[in-house]
Write a protein that binds this ligand. Structure first.
Ligand code: GLY
Length: 389
């Protein structure tokens, strides 16, 4: 039986991954009363993600609009990380280490040359290096590396630390956590009014933010017209450990496209080396497979042969929230009172600062900031549910 809600919260955020948490934290900082619904706040895709802040090296043709948001979020990262670290009392593992994208054969090199041209056309900083120059920077690289792009502005953060810090920052800002599932959106007279919880409770809210990552399209009660078109895209990721005697194994993120698949090696200060990631359209499957591990190790070994000496400490799979144009859905939907912060696909960690700022602004003022407007969920729906005033 449902309990009747006694008070109305300014905003309820469904989903306590990094996107939901940053939304809640930033909204609470603006003086809003905020609740987060999630059985395990700080969990989700951030527990698997490598944490590359790769606005430049993950640039793809046709994604120039997304590039603008990615670059803006990367620009905000140092200040964001410092503020969150201060607010939570935690180190986030933010590392301004840069990235080296390398080519292993003539095809890869041609592909990387094109990426370089696109980067320059887009006003981004990257420098072409010969194979020898790449190996001078990173001596563990394979002798066969044919060239590469040095991108000093693509950094990294530890997403697990980021998630933990956001939970603490939220708690310290007065965000209330409901550690249970959201069962259903309450809609009353054409407006989102709150959330019915799986434990039978009910939260009344002026605004509801759906930030459930790949599950965002699953909440009952959301009208079809505004249901976010997100889907799970599986990524398998490995964690290895660099023993002290091998350090520094790599001094920056190293990545490549090998036989059409992305592989990257992200070295943390604490000796962890993250190797990712597969990209698989397999629905809700989060099984780690021998094939996935084999492909990652095979490709990573081609780049950096010495990795076979390292202890393999963890294998895990997560689900990216994919959207039809690979870009996030941010802001109000056509259902009054319901907002989205989801669909960040490959860029959730990178887009955390700009998402938090944009969502807090729209929750507090009703207006999305300029940089977030192209990402309105309304770009996917012609239908309007808005009631006449
Ligand atoms: N951004 C890296 C990935 O999604 O695998």
């Amino acid at each position: 039986m449902s309990r009747t809600p006694s008070t109305t919260t300014d905003a309820v955020v469904v989903g306590g991954g990094i996107i939901g948490l940053v939304t809640a934290w930033r909204a609470a900082q603006r003086g809003l009363s905020v609740a987060v619904v999630d059985p395990e706040p700080g969990g989700g895709a951030a527990q698997v993600a490598a944490g590359m802040l790769a606005a430049v090296t993950e640039l793809h043709y046709g994604e120039q609009t997304l590039l603008g948001l990615n670059v803006e979020s990367a620009r905000r990262y140092p200040e964001f990380a410092a503020e969150l670290s201060e607010a939570s009392g935690r180190d986030l593992g933010y590392r301004a280490c840069g990235t080296l994208a390398v080519a292993l054969d003539a095809d890869d090199r041609a592909h990387l040359r094109e990426l370089h041209a696109l980067q320059r056309k887009s006003g981004l900083e990257s420098e072409w290096l010969s194979g020898r120059e790449c190996r001078r920077l990173e001596p563990m690289l394979a002798p066969g590396v044919r060239g590469g792009l040095r991108v000093d502005g693509d950094h990294q953060i530890d997403p697990r630390r980021l998630a933990g810090a956001l939970v603490t920052a939220c708690e310290r800002s007065g965000v209330v956590f409901h550690r249970t599932w959201a069962e259903r959106l309450s809609v009353v007279r054409g407006r989102a009014r709150g959330i019915v919880l799986a434990d039978g409770g009910e939260l009344a809210a002026d605004q509801v933010v759906l930030a459930g990552g790949s599950r965002s399209g699953q909440l009952a009660g959301v009208p079809d017209e505004v249901l976010p078109p997100v889907r799970p895209v599986k990524g398998q990721v490995l964690r290895l450990t660099v023993p002290k005697r091998y350090a520094p194994f790599l001094s920056r993120t190293v990545r490549a496209v090998v036989r059409g698949s992305h592989v990257y090696l992200v070295p943390r200060v604490n000796g962890e080396l993250v190797v990712g990631a597969t990209t698989e359209e397999l629905g809700w499957d989060t099984e780690v497979t021998a094939g996935g591990v084999y492909e990652l190790l095979r490709d990573a070994h081609e780049l950096v042969p010495g990795i076979t000496e390292l202890p393999l400490t963890e294998t895990r799979a997560g689900l990216r929230p994919g959207s039809p144009d690979n870009a996030p859905l941010l802001g109000p939907t056509a259902l009054p009172g319901l907002l989205l912060a989801t669909g960040h696909y490959r860029n959730g960690v990178l887009l955390t600062p700009v998402t938090g700022d944009a969502m807090a602004q729209v929750l507090a003022t009703g207006e999305l900031p300029e940089e977030a407007r192209p990402f309105t969920p309304r770009r996917f729906s012609g239908a309007s549910l808005e009631q006449p005033a």
